[in-house]
Ligand binder design. Structure first.
Ligand code: CA
Length: 225
C-alpha cells in the first residue's frame, strides 16, 4: 500500500513510518497542512494517516480537499485523547476510522488493513476464510455450507475477524468497532469474551476449526497458523 502520514510530531511520524515500511508499505510523510495538501493534490494514496492538530491548520482540510476532488483514499484520523467531537466530525465528513493517541503500532496497522479491505470489498458481497463463507449483503455466514445461526453482534464480530485475519486485534478495537463510543468508557470488556466464546462455539459445532486465538492481556487473533 502507498501511505501518507500527516503528523507534526516528527518522532511519532518516524516511528509509524519505520513500522509500516517493515510491513511492506510505501510511506510518505507530511509535517504540516501545507505539505499534506501539496502531496495529496499530486499523488494517490491508499490510505492517509491524519493528525488533526497541525501547526498551520486543521487536518480536516485534507479530508475536505479529497472529497472536493473526488479522491477515494482511505483516511484514518489520529485524534487526541477524549476528543469525541473530532472523531465524530471526521467520520461525518468522510474519514473511514479513527485511532486515539497513544496507540499500538500493531493496532494502527490492523486498522489501515481493515480500511483497505473495506474499500476493496466494494462491489463484492462475499468474503471467505477456508471453510467459512460470509455473504455481507444477506448478513449470513456458513461453515462447510452449513448456515450459522448468529446474532447480529456475532455476525459483525466474524466479519471483523475475517477482514483483520492474521492480525492481533485488541478487545478495545472490537468494542469500538462493534459497539461504538457509548461503552468505550467502561473499564470491563468481559462482554467481548462472551460474544467471542459463543461465536467460536457456533463455528466449531458444525465442524469449523478454532481460528479465534486468545492473546493473553491483549485481545485476539483470527488465524489458521
Ligand atoms: Ca499534532
Amino acid at each position: 500500500m502507498k501511505l501518507l502520514i500527516v503528523e507534526d510530531d516528527t518522532a511519532l511520524s518516524k516511528s509509524i513510518a519505520d513500522y509500516l515500511i517493515i510491513e511492506g508499505h510505501l510511506c510518505e510523510i507530511a509535517e504540516n497542512l501545507k505539505q499534506a495538501l501539496f502531496k495529496t493534490a499530486d499523488n494517490t494514496y491508499d490510505c492517509i494517516i491524519l493528525d488533526i492538530g497541525l501547526p498551520d491548520g486543521s487536518g480536516f482540510e485534507v479530508i475536505r480537499e479529497l472529497k472536493a476532488n473526488r479522491l477515494t483514499s482511505g483516511v484514518l484520523i489520529l485524534s487526541a485523547r477524549n476528543s469525541l467531537n473530532d472523531k465524530l466530525h471526521g467520520l461525518n465528513i468522510g474519514a473511514d476510522d479513527y485511532l486515539t493517541k497513544p496507540f499500538h503500532l500493531a493496532e494502527l496497522s490492523a486498522r489501515i488493513n481493515s480500511i483497505y479491505r473495506r474499500h476493496n470489498l466494494e462491489g463484492q458481497n462475499e468474503i471467505s476464510f477456508n471453510e467459512i463463507r460470509v455473504n455481507t449483503e444477506g448478513k449470513q455466514a456458513w461453515v462447510n455450507n452449513i448456515l450459522l445461526n448468529l446474532t447480529r453482534k456475532e455476525y459483525e464480530l466474524l466479519v471483523f475477524f475475517i477482514i483483520n485475519a492474521k492480525r492481533i486485534i485488541t478487545k478495545e478495537s472490537i468494542v469500538e468497532h462493534l459497539w461504538g463510543d457509548e461503552v468505550i468508557l467502561t473499564d470491563s470488556f468481559d462482554f467481548v469474551y462472551t460474544h467471542v466464546k459463543n461465536l467460536r462455539k457456533k463455528i466449531m459445532t458444525v465442524g469449523g476449526k478454532n481460528y479465534i486465538k486468545s492473546i493473553y492481556g491483549f485481545g485476539y487473533k483470527f488465524s489458521d497458523d
